[in-house]
Write a protein that binds this ligand. Structure first.
Ligand SMILES: Nc1ncnc2c1ncn2[C@@H]1O[C@H](COP(=O)(O)OP(=O)(O)OP(=O)(O)O)[C@@H](O)[C@H]1O
Ligand SMILES: [Mg+2]
Length: 273
């Protein structure tokens, strides 16, 4: 990805040491009579290494939020700060993984070439690029699959290729927009644990949008619950569950059961218990 120049570092909003600061961000699509306010005055900060899940009703503005954080959309008001610098374009060390792997992978390129795609314009040597591709594929358990084509792989494997491609950016911050919505439940559990593993391995900060309330709690250190559109933060919930997480013992933990019910109530517009 290319970086657009920083604006100013003189008045950094948010708490000290935050990696990401979302400072009173609103976004309106269109203008005049067709104007649609998708997100409204969003405000939160994320610290280095945190895993933050974002949940909210369909159409709340979650994808709009992620696209704004990735510098793909300009906020209509407010600003996004990464590493103490207000962003005006796509930050270098940020990567995004989308729901629809079948559209995000290029079918005419091999798996290795798909993963190498973000490195195309970089100053790295071919040997360095090959090493990053091998390491990224290895990290998602697809070492040895580089010569295949995406359409020769299962849905879960294709999404792992998309994750490997994101890793090739060597991101500090990874944004994931419902990345596992199109795979079966068992594959999904494997991918959840994979994301937790690579987060530790690569020391990443992750923002993870999901519709699955159990998933949001299972993965995260914090869950941000958004309101109906135009989205604002209705609750910022700390998830103080033991780590490492485990698909069986974490999900049967009394705190997990309590937290998932609380998030579910908030998403459905009820009062927290
Ligand atoms: N390009 C666009 N132009 C106009 N309106 C848009 C555009 N993209 C999204 N919207 C509107 O903005 C609102 C928020 O959309 P967004 O896709 O961010 O929601 P979401 O929370 O990601 O939804 P979902 O859970 O279904 O993925 C919706 O009302 C949507 O119709
Ligand atoms: Mg969306």
């Amino acid at each position: 990805m290319t970086t657009t120049a920083p604006a100013s570092t003189s008045t950094v909003p948010g708490p000290d040491g935050a990696l990401l600061v979302v400072d009173h961000v609103s976004h309106t699509y269109g203008s005049g009579e067709r104007a649609h306010l998708a997100i409204r005055d969003l405000e939160f900060a994320v610290h280095p290494g945190e895993f933050v899940s974002i949940v909210g009703p369909s159409g709340a503005g979650k994808t709009t939020l992620l696209r704004t954080l990735a510098g793909l959309l300009q906020p209509s008001s407010g600003g996004v700060w990464v590493h103490g610098t207000r962003i005006t374009g796509v930050p270098d060390d940020m990567a995004m993984v989308f729901q629809d792997y079948s559209r995000s992978l290029l079918p005419w390129l091999s798996v290795a070439k798909n993963v190498a795609f973000p490195l195309a314009g970089s100053a790295r040597s071919k040997a360095e690029r090959d090493e990053i591709v091998d390491e990224s594929l290895e990290a998602v358990g697809l070492g040895g699959f580089g010569d295949r084509y995406p359409w020769q792989l299962s849905g879960g494997m294709q999404q792992r290729v998309a994750i490997a491609r994101a890793l090739a950016y060597r991101p500090t911050l990874m944004l994931m927009d419902e990345p596992f919505a199109s795979v079966d439940a068992q594959t999904r559990e494997g991918l959840e644990d994979l994301v937790l593993r690579i987060r530790d391995q690569y020391d990443m900060t992750i923002l993870f949008v999901t519709h699955d309330i159990d998933e949001s709690v299972y993965l995260a250190d914090r869950v941000l619950v958004l309101s109906r559109s135009p989205a604002h933060v209705v609750e910022d919930l700390a998830i103080d569950l033991p780590s490492p997480r485990d698909q069986i013992s974490t999900r049967e933990h009394a705190d997990f059961v309590h937290l998932r019910s609380r998030v579910a109530r908030l998403v459905h517009g009820g009062e927290p218990d």
